[in-house]
Design a protein. Structure first.
Length: 170
């Protein structure tokens, strides 16, 4: 009898694990596709990655953490620049982890992607790409684009999805 309960529990954990990775894969795919389809907006000094609106998803599911990281990694890999691949993807990972930690305060969930990307991507643009603008200016431009993506698009998306958060249940 105890063995039957254990088998049921193991099957449930396996299903939860599978659902987690399916959610992560879907988030990664949507992030990468949005970034590439909207590439003219996604790269440069004043970049508004519409895909960054998805950075609110760690508030709803922990599967968004690897999903956002992998999606950003894929999108940045397609640019072919190793610095972008490493630092951009790490910025997304750190932002997703911080957003997850802030999930109890929904108004702050979009803030980590704004801050991490403004600082890290702003520095990458200034130092690695040699953008002819001061460091603070690069950070402000990236931060402005992130504010648009994360708060103007992402926060309303979060409010909408929170009403339907059962779709993210693991």
């Amino acid at each position: 009898m105890d063995r039957d309960k254990t088998e049921v529990k193991d099957k449930r954990n396996g299903n939860l694990n599978l659902r987690f990775w399916i959610q992560a894969a879907v988030i990664a795919a949507v992030y990468a596709v949005l970034t590439m389809v909207l590439a003219p907006l996604s790269y440069g000094l004043m970049q508004v990655r519409v895909s960054e609106a998805l950075t609110v998803l760690p508030c709803l599911t922990p599967a968004a953490i690897p999903g956002l990281f992998i999606g950003c990694l894929i999108a940045n890999t397609l640019t072919g620049n190793l610095i972008d691949i490493i630092f951009g993807s790490l910025a997304s990972l750190m932002a997703a982890l911080a957003s997850y930690k802030l999930r109890k305060i929904p108004q702050l969930v979009p803030l980590p992607p704004v801050v991490f990307n403004a600082v890290i991507i702003g520095a990458v643009l200034h130092y690695a790409y040699g953008v002819g603008a001061p460091l603070w200016s690069c950070m402000l431009w990236v931060g402005a684009g992130q504010l648009l993506a994360c708060y103007v698009l992402g926060y309303p998306l979060l409010k909408y999805l929170k009403k339907r958060e059962n779709i993210f249940r693991l």
